[in-house]
Design a protein around this ligand. Structure first.
Ligand SMILES: C[S@@+](CC[C@H](N)C(=O)[O-])C[C@H]1O[C@@H](n2cnc3c(N)ncnc32)[C@H](O)[C@@H]1O
Ligand code: SF4
Ligand code: SF4
Length: 345
């Protein structure tokens, strides 16, 4: 059996097991070389982080508790000198995505060979606007070069614009531009942390009036347009169900149609190995305590609290909440999941 088939078989097995956290985001570093105006991470950097071996041990534990999809984020994860070893280890066990602000990927091609998605963050086709958002001159050129280089090298590259009022009217153009070149697109949605928990694990979204979506009708129209485009454009990775859920938030009723599944179908791990349901809440233990902690009374209580929480709309958490269960995975497969093909490589 090839390693790709072994991985696919192991993932299918885990995806059918109920009551497991199928998605994990590991923020493997808090170092960042950019200064994005909608993000807090660069302001709160930390030199400390887990060693390569500690991360590998943690990844084994995540696999044991049922995780099938792993996102390596940060900070900028590719700033870690050992990121290639981490990606190789993770990619053998999970459907693995690694984020990059576009500054590192082209320099770290060998580190990226085995990843399922190298997600490059690009927020605009307009160079000046993108560099304003990233607050680094040259950010746009770096990111465009990264996408082109990775594609030429046969590395699985995707782009991830963060939808905000600043780029709302060009999301369709951004989507068409990249997907017409064969590059898949996923989206983030600009959000900011409301300090639900004064001891939150990590601060990401920073309140910024320029980014808050004020043209709600345009957002509804965008969701409708993307749902329409998806029928023909298989490179739009976001699912119809997620787009419909997003649309409900901006329709007249502003309905929140999902219940949060933090610490149930997904969890977050920080650069020191601390875990939480999401970055907005305090840590509730360490990844190394997980097999026992996962079944603890403490976690059952936290799950209930998070289930009733409505404090954020980070799209990854909405996605994990919609698709964490075996039923969710089946519906994901129906909607667009190509992982069977993706994994057997
Ligand atoms: C926090 S970054 C970390 C990874 C890497 N540094 C990068 O920029 O891709 C992960 C993703 O979150 C997006 N992001 C940044 N600020 C955000 C915010 N306030 N709300 C939602 N997404 C945000 C980034 O554009 C990026 O696509
Ligand atoms: S979005 Fe990414 S690149 Fe920008 S400051 Fe935050 S962590 Fe750094
Ligand atoms: S809604 Fe869920 S992901 Fe968002 S802050 Fe609350 S518990 Fe965290």
């Amino acid at each position: 059996m090839t390693s790709g088939i072994r991985k696919a078989a192991s993932i299918v097995g885990r995806s059918l097991a109920p009551g497991k956290p199928h998605h994990a985001q590991w923020l493997v570093t808090r170092k960042c070389n950019y200064r994005c105006v909608g993000c807090n991470v660069w302001k709160e950097q930390d030199e400390n982080e887990l060693s390569t071996d500690e991360i590998k041990k943690g990844l084994d534990i995540l696999k044991d508790i049922g995780v099938i999809e792993l996102v390596l984020s940060g900070g900028d994860p590719l700033l870690r000198p050992d990121i290639g070893e981490i990606i190789d280890y993770a990619s053998d066990r999970f459907v693995t995505t690694v984020y990059d602000n576009g500054s590192q990927a082209a320099k770290k091609l060998d580190a990226l060979r085995k990843v399922d998605f190298a997600a490059i963050s690009i927020d605009s086709l307009d160079e000046a606007k993108n560099d304003y958002i990233k607050a680094v001159p040259g950010a746009w050129k770096n990111a465009m070069n990264a996408v082109e280089t990775l594609q030429k090298e046969g590395i699985k590259v995707s782009v991830t614009p963060t939808i905000s009022q600043m780029n709302l009217y060009e999301i369709v153009d951004i989507t068409n531009y990249f997907t017409s070149k064969g590059i898949p697109v996923w989206y983030c949605l600009y959000s900011y942390d409301t300090s639900v928990d004064s001891k939150q694990l990590f601060r990401i979204g920073k309140a910024n009036d320029e980014f808050v979506i004020t043209d709600k009708q345009a957002m509804v129209n965008l969701c409708n347009k993307l749902i329409e485009l998806k029928k023909k454009n298989k490179k739009i990775l976001m699912t119809t169900k997620l787009l419909e859920t997003l649309r409900s938030l901006y329709e007249e009723k502003e309905e929140r149609t999902w219940k949060c599944q933090a610490l149930n179908t997904f969890l977050v791990v920080d650069h020191l190995g601390r875990i939480s349901g999401c970055h907005n809440h305090n840590f509730a233990g360490s990844v190394f305590d997980l097999p026992e902690k996962w079944k603890s009374e403490e976690f059952k209580v936290l799950r209930k609290t998070y289930h009733n929480c409505t404090q954020c709309n980070y799209l990854c958490y909405v996605f994990y909440s919609l698709y964490g269960s075996p039923r969710g995975h089946l519906s994901l497969a129906r909607d667009q999941w190509k992982n069977a093909k993706l994994l057997v490589k």
